[in-house]
Design a binder for this molecule. Structure first.
Ligand SMILES: [Zn+2]
Ligand SMILES: [Zn+2]
Length: 371
């Protein structure tokens, strides 16, 4: 094992074009794996960071956090995967030993909280530029790069009949929607659910709600094509923004048991809280501008027991949820093929951001050839 050269898209300044550079990438250390990327989704969060709408990742950094690939090297002590395995990666690497991990809350692992963004758990970044300066791994992943080094606890092995393209979607969009429904809202059979925003996350939430036996499943989106997709994959009814603004709760038994806010549209968030039934839960996964602060009537929360929960990457337990999602897809239970609308090589990442900005399709994937 030795250092490798990796082609990467480096964010050196927000709102400026990405810099395509050759970086060196470390060998994996204890508990780490090195991966050859095969597919990485272009997520709205990457776009928002590149355009300066969000600013929670260090700069310079390599973004990209919805990836899949092949393990090419493993560091000492890694036992969950081996060289040659096909894997999907999560932006969270639970330590498995802290009190939160032991309480099945690994998405909020104490080690991960201390680690912050842009580095591996031992505090280093595996990437260096031609001057020898470190380049952060955005989201602790850095997948807009030919190779990546991540902790082995962030990866889950996928069966070889699941394509890299589908597998990459599992790591952010799919698990964020699925996890919001299954892990955070803990949706029960027969519960009503409103899903606001039918992008990759929202549509994944629809699929999970259907698997979980929710009724009715109501989807909201401004885009007609996405509403049609919502109906195709499991919504009982869909609404435009206007329908949503004029919603009559008496049609929905006085309010929803669960609401998933996946649009990140600022006015939608506060509206959602008013649409919950008593003790209902609103799971907030859409990301509005960094500076936005929510305004919610606090006494109503006390009087009604309504709950508002954040949800980081579907509160993913990588070894459990990502493996389950791959299994469900293999079995034909998750129609994830609808998500893939375009494929581009890494050097067309800016064009992929344009696809996203123009609302072309659901997901553009950055793909790498086998060799
Ligand atoms: Zn994402
Ligand atoms: Zn932990």
């Amino acid at each position: 094992m030795s250092e490798l050269i990796t082609n990467a898209a480096v964010l050196r300044e927000a709102k400026k074009p990405l810099s395509f550079e050759e970086l060196t990438i470390d060998t994996p250390q204890a508990g780490e794996v090195r991966i050859k990327l095969r597919s990485c989704g272009v997520c709205h969060t990457d776009y928002s960071l590149a355009k300066g709408i969000l600013d929670h990742q260090p700069i310079p950094s390599v973004l990209g956090h919805e990836g899949s690939g092949v393990i090419i090297d493993v560091g000492p002590g890694v036992s969950n995967v081996k060289k040659g395995d096909h894997v999907v990666m999560a932006p969270i690497a639970p330590c498995g030993q802290c009190s939160r991990c032991l309480n099945q809350e690994g998405a909020y692992c104490e080690r991960e909280e201390v680690r912050g963004w842009g580095i591996l758990p031992d505090g280093r970044t595996p990437l260096k530029d031609k001057n020898g300066d470190g380049v952060a791994i955005g989201f602790n992943t850095g997948f807009y790069s030919d190779y990546s080094v991540v902790p082995s606890t962030a990866v889950a092995k996928i069966p070889k009949d699941v394509s890299f393209e589908i597998a990459s979607l599992l790591g952010c969009a799919v698990v964020s929607g699925y996890g919001a429904v299954v892990n955070t809202a803990a949706l029960q059979v027969g519960h009503s659910i409103l899903i606001v925003g039918l992008g990759g996350v929202g549509l994944s939430a629809v699929m999970a709600a259907k698997l979980r036996g929710a009724y009715p499943i109501i989807g909201v989106d401004t885009n007609n094509e996405r509403r049609e997709l919502g109906m195709e994959i499991g919504c009982d009814q869909v609404m435009s923004a206007e329908d949503f603004n004029n919603i009559n709760l008496s049609d929905f038994n006085g309010g929803f048991d669960s609401i998933i806010e996946a649009s990140g549209a600022v006015p939608a968030i506060e509206k959602c809280m008013s649409l919950l039934r008593r003790h209902g839960i609103c799971v907030y996964v859409g990301a509005a501008e960094s500076t936005y602060e929510l305004k919610i009537p606090h006494l109503e929360l006390v009087a009604t027991g309504k709950r508002l929960s954040g949800c980081l990457t579907g509160e993913v337990r990588p070894a459990v949820d990502l493996a389950n999602l791959a299994k469900l897809y293999s079995a034909g239970r998750l129609p994830l093929d609808i998500f893939i609308s375009n494929r581009r090589p890494l050097d067309e990442l800016e064009l992929a951001f344009d696809d996203l900005e123009k609302g072309i399709g659901l997901r553009t994937l950055i793909v790498w050839p086998e060799k």
